[in-house]
Design a binder for this molecule. Structure first.
Ligand SMILES: [Zn+2]
Length: 156
């Protein structure tokens, strides 16, 4: 039944090859587009927000043609849209469907909140331990300061 519903949904704007990011919190769709730098992407992108969802009430969805996300990118998605599901499509078939998960460690992709941190002054990649996955909090390996969800910015 679920598969049939999914097929119906994909039919609306089927992609031959690519990735569908589903179950994005409705308020986070544009943030996901930004952190993945999709505005600079040249292939077809379809997105919707405030779509009805049985699970979430309202959700967002992004379909990116001919794009398969790398683990760094998937970690970024997980940090801003922890409810997201990635659906990988090849030849119009769903070949993989997985929920994103917030990693235990976050490297390079997030900036440290502390302006005095070495990572903001020297060419040192950031490293964080995720100390709270529900109310997202990252502890910097270098300065031990906590970067929380509200103050999180991403490296491009
Ligand atoms: Zn730091």
């Amino acid at each position: 039944m679920e598969k049939e519903a999914l097929r119906k949904e994909l039919k609306v704007s089927a992609i031959e090859n690519g990735t569908v990011i589903d179950h994005i919190p409705a308020a986070s769709v544009f943030q996901v587009i930004n952190i993945l730098n999709l505005s600079a992407f040249e292939n077809q992108i379809l997105f919707g927000t405030n779509l009805e969802s049985q699970k979430m009430g309202k959700k967002g969805i992004i379909k990116v043609r001919s794009k398969f996300f790398a683990s760094d990118e998937i970690n970024k998605i997980a940090l801003v849209a922890p409810t997201a599901t990635l659906i990988v499509i090849k030849n119009f078939e769903v070949v993989e469907k997985k929920k994103v998960s917030i990693p235990d460690k976050v490297e390079k992709i997030v900036k440290c909140f502390n302006p005095n941190c070495i990572t903001n002054h020297e060419d040192v990649p950031t490293r964080f331990q995720v100390i709270d996955k529900t109310d997202l909090k990252l502890r910097c390996h270098y300065c031990a300061k906590i970067t929380a969800k509200d103050s999180m910015t991403f490296k491009s």
